[in-house]
Design a protein around this ligand. Structure first.
Ligand code: OOG
Ligand code: MG
Length: 258
């Protein structure tokens, strides 16, 4: 069952087509725990194909996102190396289903961090640098319509990530006070501050560490981890030039092609 559900979702990604949500098509009573089992199967499929994990990521960590998606709990997923786009690079619509972009603060982890009981302060002490990021999410589900269990199974809609090239020591900024704008073709589409993410983005990484501890896993030195969108997600269109500007952290951008 787990393998069948994982293949169903990966087929949507590879064939670049929407699928009906798992809870509509395959298993109406799918639980969040079962969603994570399916996600783990997808991660193992990608690892066995030779893809490498860049880091786990957090999602649905801000009110903006939880309200937009109609869910009420943060989740995690995994970013792989094939999902990385260079800063200033191109995202091709042909490679994706119905991509949206959101602005995030990413953490470059300097030491292994293992929960439970980890706090944001401990995360900051073990963080080497923070960087501005744009995540391109691409839920495999029709109309981005899903339950919490569905989106967990679908690896938290993870699809592409652009990291900025500017690294900042975490002690040099108040990450909760970092303001960010998300602009497309010169127009601000959304904006937010670090505090939108669970009061402080480091709290999202702490929550991730504590969630991973439930399955005996941890965050590793060298992981680069998205802390979750501090803006809502905006649908991408051909020829869009997307820029995220983060006060004190720098800019990150990409262009959309067909
Ligand atoms: C789920 C992914 C959420 C974030 O940063 O909140 C996420 C979705 O909204 O499709 O990556
Ligand atoms: Mg995200």
């Amino acid at each position: 069952m787990v393998k069948e559900f994982a293949s169903y979702l990966v087929a949507g990604e590879i064939e670049k087509r929407e699928v009906r949500k798992v809870t509509a098509e395959l298993k109406p009573d799918l639980t969040v725990e079962e969603g994570y089992v399916i996600q783990e199967e997808i991660v193992n499929m990608k690892l066995s194909e030779g893809h490498k994990i860049v880091g786990p990521k957090m999602g649905l960590t801000s009110q903006a996102k939880m309200q937009q998606m109609g869910v009420n709990e943060p989740i995690y997923g995994y970013v792989f190396d094939y999902m990385l786009i260079d800063n200033g690079g191109k995202v091709s619509l042909n490679d994706l289903i119905h991509p949206k972009v959101e602005a995030e603060i990413a953490f470059v982890i300097g030491e292994d961090i293992e929960g439970p009981g980890i706090t944001g302060a401990q995360v900051l002490a073990d963080t080497e640098a923070v960087i501005p990021a744009l995540e391109i999410i691409d839920s495999r589900f029709e109309n981005f319509d899903f339950t919490l269990s569905d989106v967990v199974a679908d690896n938290a809609s993870t699809s592409r990530v652009v990291f900025g090239t500017n690294l900042t020591k975490p002690e040099l900024v108040d990450l909760d006070l970092v303001g960010a704008t998300l602009s497309i073709n010169g127009e601000i589409k959304d904006l937010g501050a670090g505090a939108a993410v669970l009061g402080h983005p480091a709290n999202a990484i702490a929550m991730l560490v504590n969630m991973l501890a439930r399955k005996g896993d941890k965050v590793r030195k060298g992981d680069v981890i998205l802390s979750g969108a501090l803006t809502g997600a905006v649908l991408l269109e051909k020829d869009d030039v997307v820029i995220g500007k983060f006060d004190g952290l720098g800019d990150v951008s990409f262009r959309v092609t067909d």
